[in-house]
Write a protein that binds this ligand. Structure first.
Ligand code: FES
Length: 165
């Protein structure tokens, strides 16, 4: 996540509205047709879709907030909850499953002290299970942000996680 993001006392991010204006107006021409791309850009900026940002987007672009929430909840790639600075995607697809992905998954949960779908209290990691990320021959596969870790074994987990701040 961008270093300039700051969190207030209740853990939610503070919204930079000038930055939002740049996304909405400069990058996507204030055009309703670009809604999904605007949401992608906002999520990239904050790592999730903060509610005040969506309310602002609705006003700026002239789309009902309910429609924006409809889109945001339809696509599983969007999150309305704060996520960690690092997103761990553990593949539990068939090819990875038969090569021991469940054990790796359990080890990550143990290591972070969270269950699948959750975020660590320090917002360092969010853990999500996925079904196939397209590199089955490398299974079991764990993707952390854009890094793909293939042929991973549970005893390598702690070392790999230590590489991510
Ligand atoms: S099943 Fe895991 S990458 Fe395809």
């Amino acid at each position: 996540m961008d270093e300039t993001n700051s969190q207030n006392d209740n853990g939610s991010v503070e919204i930079d509205y000038m930055d939002l204006d740049n996304i909405i107006e400069k990058d996507f021409s204030n055009d309703q047709e670009n809604l999904i791309m605007m949401l992608q850009a906002i999520q990239k900026r904050y790592n999730y879709l903060p509610r005040p940002a969506l309310a602002y987007l609705a006003t700026k672009v002239g789309i009902p907030e309910s429609k924006i929430y409809g889109v945001a909840t339809f696509y599983s790639t969007f999150s309305l909850e704060p996520r960690g600075r690092n997103i761990i995607s553990i593949c539990l697809g068939t090819a990875c499953h038969v090569r021991g992905a469940e054990r790796v998954h359990e080890r990550i949960e143990e290591n972070l002290g969270i269950n699948d779908g959750n975020t660590t209290d320090d917002k360092r990691f969010t853990l999500e299970s996925v079904r196939c990320i397209g590199c089955c021959s490398l299974g079991p596969v764990v993707k952390i942000n854009e890094d793909v870790h293939g042929r991973i074994s549970s005893d390598k987990i702690a070392k790999i996680l230590s590489q991510y701040e």
